[in-house]
Write a protein that binds this ligand. Structure first.
Ligand code: ZN
Ligand code: ZN
Length: 389
């Protein structure tokens, strides 16, 4: 089959690789009909997430048709059309039983690696380095899906691939980032980063009852989408002092909920930005947490800072004193996608949201290497790429 393969830093190619096979009785093989490139894939592309190996197949946002099931699979059938959550969960362990699917104890075969880094291992993730289990991803014609009765979620034929594909990650991710903050009537939600996850955080803030939504980014097309589709007030950080503007907009108090949807490669301005880039280049720090710092300083006293952007290692100069003295609450983590599949599918069916709006580029899998580059460089208005194998 054809698949998007990581060869090294900034080197991904579409290669011919062996078709996946059933390895366990609970596996299924999915023929991928649609897949997407995620902002977090860019951290793999440039090698900032460690433990990538030459030959790894990328992609954790995919959907398709079941073409083969193992002898232990009971609910899923050949021919079912499904979306697949990016975290792999067993459905049986303490964490799965407590609705904490991305923390599953049984799906990371390289747990020792993650335990060294994190203390405990989170769940495995498709196509997301050996730290996350070394699973082959879904930017491919076919993919092996373990625990097939737990993850894959059947979607109705009345909805297009474009409408349901983002249930795999970015819609639940934006939603969880806001939902976990317990938004109250009258609250102002500010979102750093107007990439796809930020856009869904903006949408979710309205769905969850926010009174005002403010979106922050430095790319014109993204701000435009947050304004037109997201009905958000927008701040361009390249032109405006973000903290000053947020204070102006909130009577000096600061936003009640601050969502960080940027992650470990934030584009910092000025001296702190340059400092982060240098430290990351020489591997003294694995993160560039500029947006997170700003969110902490901007958040109102007693407010909530929610981290949806991916962090993988050690961050420097986080203003912990500000967080402590302002009595902030922190929410963060990989998304418990399984928890949100049914309720968010219902919102799509009801017409409360059309996730397909974020797609700016529909391309063939064969174009994936070029699409990665265009997405990374934010060329020709690229916000979200959908690929068809
Ligand atoms: Zn993703
Ligand atoms: Zn589990």
């Amino acid at each position: 089959m054809r698949a998007l393969v990581w060869h090294g830093r900034n080197d991904v190619r579409v290669d011919r690789v062996p078709d996946p096979e059933l390895l366990n009785p609970q596996d299924a093989i999915i023929r991928v009909t649609a897949t997407a490139i995620c902002g977090s894939d860019l951290h793999l592309l440039d090698g900032y997430i460690p433990t990538m190996q030459k030959g790894d197949i990328l992609g954790h946002e995919f959907m398709g048709e079941v073409v083969e099931v193992g002898s232990g699979v009971k609910k899923l059938k050949v021919g079912d059309r499904v979306v697949v959550p990016f975290p792999i969960a067993c459905g049986q362990c303490y964490f799965c039983q407590h609705d904490l699917w991305s923390l599953c104890d049984n799906t990371n075969p390289k747990a020792a690696l993650a335990e060294t880094m994190f203390g405990h291992a989170p769940s495995g993730i498709f196509g997301y380095s050996h730290l996350m289990g070394g699973y082959a991803g879904g930017q491919a014609e076919y993919v092996r899906v373990p625990f097939a009765d737990v993850g894959p979620f059947k979607v109705p034929d009345s909805l297009s691939d474009e409408q349901v594909l983002f249930l795999t990650d970015i819609f639940p991710t934006g939603y969880q980032a806001v939902e976990s903050c317990d938004v109250k009537p009258g609250d102002t939600v500010a979102v750093w980063g107007c990439g796809p996850v930020g856009q869904f955080a903006v949408q979710s803030a309205w769905l969850l009852g926010a009174e005002r939504v403010i979106a922050i980014d430095g790319v014109a097309e993204r701000l435009e989408l947050a304004h037109s589709w997201g009905r958000a007030e927008v701040i361009d950080y390249t032109k405006t002092d973000v903290r000053e503007r947020l204070n102006e907009l909130t009577g000096g108090r600061g936003p009640d909920v601050c969502v960080e949807a940027v992650g470990l490669e934030a584009h910092g301005m000025g001296l702190p930005g340059a400092y982060d880039r240098v430290k990351q280049e020489v591997k003294l720090s694995t993160e560039r947490p500029h947006a997170l710092r700003q969110a902490i300083l901007a958040c109102r006293k007693g407010g909530v800072v929610s981290v949806a952007g991916v962090f993988g290692g050690f961050a420097d100069k986080i203003p912990l004193g500000a967080a402590f003295n302002k009595g902030l609450t922190f929410k963060m983590g990989q998304t418990h996608v399984h928890r949100y599949l049914q309720p968010l599918l219902e919102k799509i069916e009801q017409g409360a949201i059309d996730p397909s709006v974020v797609i700016t580029h529909k391309l063939s899998l064969d174009d994936a290497p070029d699409a990665y580059r265009r997405f990374r460089d934010k060329e020709d208005g690229c916000i979200k790429v959908m690929l068809r194998p």
